[in-house]
Design a protein around this ligand. Structure first.
Ligand code: MG
Length: 368
C-alpha cells in the first residue's frame, strides 16, 4: 500500500463559550486542519491538527500547514501502515515541529486500523476495560459562578474537573478554588490548571492558602525549572502539561521527583505514535496520565478516545471531549460521551468519516 494523495482542509470553529486562560489569554474560536491520506488501495485515513491559539504554546496553525507542505513529498508513495517507520521518516525530513506531524500520524493509524479491520486502540495496546472519565473544564470567575458550573456538570454525570484559573488575581483564585473544594463529593477529583501562569512565589502562596489537600495543581509555572523550584514547597501535587514533549521530559521529571502525573497532549508531542512511547514509559514508572489535545474537534476526540481505551486503567486519570469546545460537528462516527465518560465507537480505525459538504474544498492537495 502507498499514499497517493494528501488533502488538507482548513476549518474554523467558534467556541461554544469564550475560553480564558491565565495571563489574560482569551479565545473565541479555533482554526483546525483536517488531513486526508488517500492510498492506492482505496482506503483513506483522517487526522486533525489544531494548536489552539498562537499564544498558547510553541505552535500555530500557519506553521502546521506549512509543515505539511514541507513533509508531503517525503510521505507520498510511502506505506502508511508502518507508522513507527513513517515517524522516523518524518523526523528525518523535518526536525522538531512535532505538532505538524500529528495529523499525518493519526491518519496513518486510521488506515492501519482499517487494514486490520479493528479499531485503532487494538493496535495501540488493546482495549482495557473501565471508564474513560472526561476531565470537564470549569472557567474561573466569582465563587458562585464556579459553583454553578460545578453543579451543572455534576448533574450531567461528571466527577472530574479542571479549573482554569486566571493567575492575575490570586485572592479570587484562592476563594474560587476553596469554594469548589468545600463542596467536593468524596469521589470527585479537582485540578487547578494554571497553564504556566504563576510565578514560583505565587504558586507556593496559592498552594499554602488552599487548605483542602484534594487538589492537583497543573503546570503552575511556565518553565520546567520554575515548576521544579515550586513543587517541593507546595502542599499539593504538581502535574506537568505544556512542558512535556518527549519521554526524556518524563525521565527528567521522574528523576527530580515531580512526575506523579502528566498530561499527554497528542497533537503537541507528534501524534499517537509518540504518545504511546510516553504512555508506556508512564505505565512502567507508575505515572498517571491525562489524555488530551491542545485543540481540535471530532477526529482529535476520536484519537483521544482510542488512545485512552488502550491505556492501562491503573494510570489513566481521564480523557477529554473536545466537542465541548467546538460549536458544530463535521464528522460522523464519533465516540459517545455518556454520563461523564468517553466511549470509543468500536468501528475500524478511528471510526470517523466526514459529513458530506461539511469540509468544503481542500486548501492544498499533494499527489504522486
Ligand atoms: Mg493543562
Amino acid at each position: 500500500m502507498k499514499i497517493t494523495r494528501i488533502e488538507v482542509y482548513a476549518h474554523t470553529f467558534k467556541l461554544k463559550t469564550v475560553y480564558r486562560l491565565s495571563g489574560g489569554r482569551v479565545y473565541e474560536g479555533m482554526e483546525s486542519t483536517f488531513v486526508a491520506l488517500h492510498t492506492d488501495e482505496d482506503l483513506t485515513g483522517w487526522g486533525e491538527g489544531c494548536p489552539w491559539g498562537a499564544n498558547y504554546a510553541h505552535e500555530f496553525v500557519g506553521g502546521l500547514r506549512a509543515g505539511i507542505a514541507e513533509l508531503a513529498p517525503t510521505i507520498l508513495g510511502r506505506d502508511p501502515v508502518g507508522v513507527e517507520a513513517m515517524t522516523e521518516v518524518m523526523d528525518a525530513a523535518l526536525k522538531g515541529h512535532w505538532y505538524v506531524k500529528s495529523a499525518i500520524d493519526a491518519a496513518c493509524w486510521d488506515i492501519a486500523g482499517k487494514v486490520a479491520r479493528r479499531p485503532t486502540c487494538d493496535l495501540l495496546g488493546g482495549q482495557y476495560g473501565g471508564d474513560i472519565r472526561i476531565n470537564r473544564g470549569i472557567q474561573s470567575g466569582a465563587p458562585d459562578d464556579m459553583l454553578a458550573q460545578l453543579s451543572k456538570y455534576r448533574e450531567e454525570g461528571f466527577d472530574t474537573f479542571s479549573c482554569k484559573l486566571s493567575g492575575s488575581d490570586l485572592t479570587a483564585d484562592i476563594e474560587g478554588m476553596t469554594a469548589l473544594l468545600t463542596s467536593r463529593l468524596p469521589h470527585e477529583r479537582f485540578t487547578a490548571d494554571y497553564n504556566g501562569g504563576l510565578s514560583v512565589a505565587d504558586a507556593i502562596t496559592f498552594s499554602s492558602a488552599v487548605k483542602d489537600p484534594h487538589l492537583t495543581i497543573e503546570q503552575p509555572c511556565r518553565t520546567y525549572e520554575a515548576c521544579a523550584a515550586a513543587a517541593p514547597k507546595m502542599r499539593h501535587p504538581v502535574r506537568l502539561d505544556e512542558i512535556i514533549l518527549s519521554p526524556a521530559d518524563v525521565h527528567r521529571a521522574l528523576s527530580d521527583g515531580i512526575a506523579q502525573s502528566i498530561v499527554i497532549k497528542i497533537g503537541r508531542i507528534g501524534g499517537l505514535t509518540k504518545a504511546r512511547r510516553i504512555r508506556d514509559l508512564c505505565a512502567l514508572s507508575g505515572v498517571t496520565v491525562l489524555v488530551q489535545d491542545s485543540g481540535g474537534s471530532d477526529v482529535s476526540t476520536a484519537a483521544i478516545a482510542s488512545f485512552a481505551r488502550s491505556t492501562p486503567p491503573a494510570i489513566l486519570h481521564s480523557g477529554i471531549d473536545l466537542r465541548y469546545f467546538a460549536d458544530h460537528v463535521v464528522f460522523d462516527g464519533l465516540p459517545n460521551s455518556v454520563g461523564g465518560c468517553l466511549v470509543p465507537s468500536g468501528a475500524p480505525g478511528l471510526g470517523v468519516e466526514p459529513r458530506s459538504d461539511m469540509l468544503g474544498k481542500p486548501i492544498a492537495v499533494y499527489e504522486l
